[in-house]
Design a protein around this ligand. Structure first.
Ligand code: GDP
Ligand code: MG
Length: 171
């Protein structure tokens, strides 16, 4: 039997955008309100995607400013989730620079990527419009999901991770 493919996924974004909450939601279908922001972890997870069992290694980065560490994580990964918080415009503005660094580190490869606007349950304090996220994703030629780690009704969180796996497998 063929060995099931393995993909290495890393989650990036400003501290507090909900990277850990999203990863935990994806892995456990639960929401954990407080998660040590300095903690960096990797998780292994298997999922059936398009009738194929895929093993994921997921790195939940802790958003340190250490550039060498960040570049190391980028070299390690096959695919990337870039997360911003729809209630924090600053986190949205950090997406572009992260993407540029990725392109630089992974050159000349075309980097598999998905963009996630998290905390869609906080629509009343939104600072970044859905269309802005869509436009940025179009510029970066990647898939875009608005979702909520705490109220993930439509399963958008899992869809984002699965789509990223597909994107990695297509390369
Ligand atoms: P990280 O630093 O990017 O890993 O962010 P965390 O996962 O630690 O989340 C930071 C804070 O945002 C925590 O207080 C979480 O409870 C909260 N949070 C994360 N995701 C959501 C979400 O989808 N909705 C809401 N309302 N809060 C969230
Ligand atoms: Mg975290």
């Amino acid at each position: 039997m063929a060995k099931s493919p393995e993909v290495k996924l890393a989650v990036f974004g400003r501290a507090g955008v909900g990277k850990s909450a999203l990863v935990v939601r994806f892995l456990t279908r639960r929401f954990i309100w407080e998660y040590d922001p300095t903690l960096e972890s990797t998780y292994r997870h298997q999922a059936n995607i398009d009738d194929e069992v895929v093993t994921m290694e997921i790195l939940d980065t802790a958003g340190q400013e250490d550039i060498q560490l960040k570049e190391g994580h980028m070299r390690w990964g096959d695919g990337f989730v870039i997360v911003y918080d729809i209630t924090d415009r600053g986190s949205f503005e950090e997406v572009g620079p992260l993407r540029s660094l990725l392109e630089e580190v992974k050159r000349p490869k075309n980097v598999p990527l998905v963009l996630v606007g998290n905390k869609s349950d906080l629509d009343h304090v939104r600072q970044v419009g859905t269309e802005e996220g869509e436009r940025l994703a179009a510029e970066m030629a990647c898939a875009f999901y608005e979702c909520s780690a705490c109220a993930d009704e439509g399963g958008a969180v899992a869809e984002a991770f699965h789509e990223l796996c597909r994107e990695v497998r297509r390369r």
